[in-house]
Design a protein around this ligand. Structure first.
Ligand code: NAD
Ligand code: GLY
Length: 378
């Protein structure tokens, strides 16, 4: 596999921006800012958990390069995707004299990307944002594609806007400090991207798993900064997974068609996440369960082979992800919640189902009884 750090490009009708996936990508930020002509004040919004290792050194580097930088931290966790926290960001920006030519830098996981991205989308009717993801999930999913927003007490991600960044820098070296469980949840999205659209990405994940005795989830997760060879391979794999997202959102920014395929595993995943109580399972862990159920549903519909189901299960397991539903979950409750899934159109659930590794279809004609069978047989 080629390890050359080529820059990916999101190309939409009204937006075009680079996405760099590389160890130490953050050190290239001053150069990018100059090349992009972003000379206004920089407003760095940073997850408090990464302020010490990455946020403060980044501020120092940018100031040394001649930029004016304002810095704030946001408490870690989903609770920060709130109107209260957004209000605090508005206060900070407006009282600090934010101008139209300024840029917000979002440093952290998907929570910071969504929150700071929405602040950028809305303050002064929109200023520039640069996404600097530090979780695997944010690198391969949240930072690319321009979905920004906050939660409402009645549901997740109900308030937001599409606001494409000027640049995404995914510094894979930051994954060295990420909790192993968070890392594993991110691998679910990487594997998902292989299954929906890149058979050779999936094959690479499989090959690495075979080499490592089907266990990349040893203590410390599967990010070992001391192993240069493994770090380079994993970075190349992540870049490939990001490329899938870059391609999908470039072809379908507003989720009119192909972007729906990114929701593979999410119909049942969302239901499981909600039923277990948000925060019990990480999103990626629930998606892994949903991917396994969706593949079994595809098999029951005769859309895919048993071999596909097995290969996907093996790879999920190798990266530390469970595929067996928690026994306390009632299949009827899962079924009922899937019918309320946000991708339901005209009361029909739009299922994303695999037909081959690297290929999925969207179907709204899956019999409820079949879903029940799959959930009951676990
Ligand atoms: P997160 O932002 O909560 O980060 C997970 C945890 O890791 C947090 O505790 C954080 O403090 C910590 N952390 C982050 N980077 C770290 C690092 N390098 N070292 C040590 N700790 C670190 O969660 P997430 O999984 O990154 O993102 C989830 C959010 O993303 C959800 O709100 C979800 O709705 C959103 N999301 C958005 C999109 C989109 O398209 N906009 C897509 C998927 C998910
Ligand atoms: N996370 C799904 C999307 O960006 O559309």
């Amino acid at each position: 596999m080629d390890n050359a750090a080529e820059t990916l490009m999101v190309t939409m009708e009204r937006a075009r921006y680079p996405v760099l996936v590389e160890a130490q990508a953050l050190t290239t930020l001053p150069e990018w800012l100059k090349n992009l002509g972003l000379r206004g004040t920089l407003w760095l919004v940073c997850d408090e958990a990464v302020a010490h290792p990455y946020g403060r050194p980044l501020v120092a580097m940018l100031r040394a390069a001649g930029f004016t930088v304002n810095f704030t931290t946001v408490p870690s966790g989903e609770a920060s995707k709130s109107s209260a926290q957004l209000g605090l960001l508005y206060d900070w920006l407006i009282s600090g004299g934010v101008e139209r030519r300024d840029t917000i830098l979002a440093l952290g996981g998907g929570v910071i990307g969504d929150l700071a991205g929405f602040a950028a989308a809305s303050v002064l009717r929109g200023i520039a944002v640069i996404q600097l993801p530090t979780t695997l999930l944010a690198m391969v999913d949240a930072a690319v594609g321009g979905k920004t927003g906050i939660n409402h007490p009645l549901g997740k991600n109900l308030i937001g806007a599409f606001h494409q960044p000027q640049l995404v820098l995914a510094d894979t070296a930051t994954l060295a400090t990420l909790a192993p469980r968070e890392l594993r949840a991110g691998w679910a999205e990487v594997i998902k991207h292989g299954v929906i659209s890149d058979a050779s990405l999936f094959a690479e994940l499989e090959a690495l798993a075979v080499e490592r005795g089907w266990n990349l989830a040893a203590p410390g997760g599967c990010w070992t900064p001391d192993d240069d060879d493994l770090t380079m391979r994993l970075t190349a794999i992540i870049r490939r997974a990001v490329a899938v997202k870059v391609g999908v959102v470039s072809r379908d920014e507003r989720e009119q068609g192909e972007r729906i395929t990114l929701n593979y595993g999410h119909t049942i995943g969302h239901a499981v996440e909600a039923l277990m109580g948000y925060g019990t399972l990480l999103h990626g862990e629930a998606v892994a369960l949903g991917m396994h159920a969706a593949a079994r549903l595809a098999l029951a519909m005769k859309l895919c082979s048993a071999d596909l189901v097995q290969r996907q299960q093996n790879v999920l397991g190798a990266y530390g992800l469970a595929t067996t539903m928690p026994p306390e979950l009632d299949p009827s409750a899962i079924l009922a919640l899937t019918l309320r899934d946000k991708k339901v159109q005209a009361r029909r659930v739009r299922w994303v189902l695999p037909t081959a590794i690297g290929h999925v279809v969207i179907r709204d004609d899956v019999p409820e009884a079949l879903v029940r069978d799959v959930l009951v047989s676990r």
